[in-house]
Design a protein around this ligand. Sequence first.
Ligand code: C2O
Ligand code: CU
Length: 493
Amino acid sequence: MSRAIDRRKFLGLAGAGLGGLALGGCGVLSTDGRQRLPSPARASGTGRVREYALEAAPAGFEIAGREFSTWGYDGGVPGPELRLTEGDTLRVRLKNALPAGTTIHWHGLPVENPMDGVPDVTQPPVRSGEEFVYEFVVPTAGTYMYHSHVGLQLDRGLYGPLIVEPKREELSYDREYTLLLDDWLDGVFGTPEDALAELRGAGGMMGGMGGMMGGPGGGPAMSGAVDYPYYLVNGRAAEDPASLAVRRCDRVRLRLMNPSSDTVFRFAAAGHRLTVTHADGLPVRPVTVDAVRIGMGERYDAILEANNPGVWQLAAVPEGKDGLARALLRYEESRGESPPPANARPPELGGRLLSYADLRDAGERSFPEDGLFSGPDRTHELTLSGDMGSYAWHIDGQRYPDADPLEVREGEWVRFNLQNHSMMWHPMHLHGHFFQVRNGTGRGPFKDTALVEPHMGELSFDLVANNPGEWFFHCHNAYHMETGMARLVSYGR
Ligand code: C2O
Ligand code: CU
């Protein structure tokens, strides 16, 4: 294919090079893009082993003073933070005290295939009453999460943060906070399985359940079809927010994660801007914005300069739905000041919104570097669509598990071109790899999850097949994944 594409790419790269020079040469051009991408084969170990035990079990859970029951890790939602350094060995003993089989997936980390936690693909589900030990060398630093990969268990409380520190931290900051954004219905109005049954019965729109699911509200850019009774930050509703203590002049690192099942959030900090430093765990050229849109499965790290004392709303608004999740940013200098009302929407939400086109890999890496005058070895053109009559979601007209694996060979440079033929967002997630989003800069961000916008939205990304195994590629909307929006990418075994 494609003299034309090669030429465009060449021009794109030329432009990026000049940009780099103009900025004082902070970027180093890689001549070895394929080799420098994280993969388990490259992880050099520290020799240190970090051991954790996690029990997945039914748990009582309080939201704004009301008691509900759900499934969680170690009795809480979110599950406990796992924190270690890149190159450490993570060893997690999972004890399954649920009345159903379960697994853990290490979302975003390119681990060895047998440790990836996809039921019936990389392991049988861990049965009720049994244990399983996950163990792998953590290949790369960043902001990740862990969650169950069985059925709709993610839409219960079975998720938690996984923070991997670099061997040497290059970012300077005074404090850090992790914010997990979630949509919550479990135990309030039945279970996620009940919600799916309702979607199936209602042609893909929830409206029943005593009116509690709200209905389609929000128009064409809905992030999902389920209106949740609660939106949470770190397991807490807007009426009962967590407070992040800061002091004037602190540089505060926020680790934002969206482990929700059906909600794209827009996040902003009242009175402050956000300098985004990492996308899906990996460093990007810092870019300062007012608001960040974060799809299910995505993560962003951002620095907030605490230069505006007060008590401020950190708001996460569900796109196309009613409601709001929040935490408070509370300056120690402003003790005694009362917080903004629970539903206050910072004007920053309507300010400059981060887009993928703003993001560039911090190392200025690009795979096409070593293939500047050639194209990818293989391209998959795939449509994303749904059949609302039966409530089923498709990749290129096929519904997993009745779907062909996407062919890839080891070592290939592979391109995916995705086009969204539906009216919903699809955060597409690939296991075992980072891919480079083609955003017109020639030096796009490396990510593991990326949103494809509704109504013919397009996403193109490149990857190098450097981690053999059977990998899941799917929409991170739990309801879309569960009803077919998934494929396998298998190679090298
Ligand atoms: Cu976060 Cu396949 O999952
Ligand atoms: Cu989807």
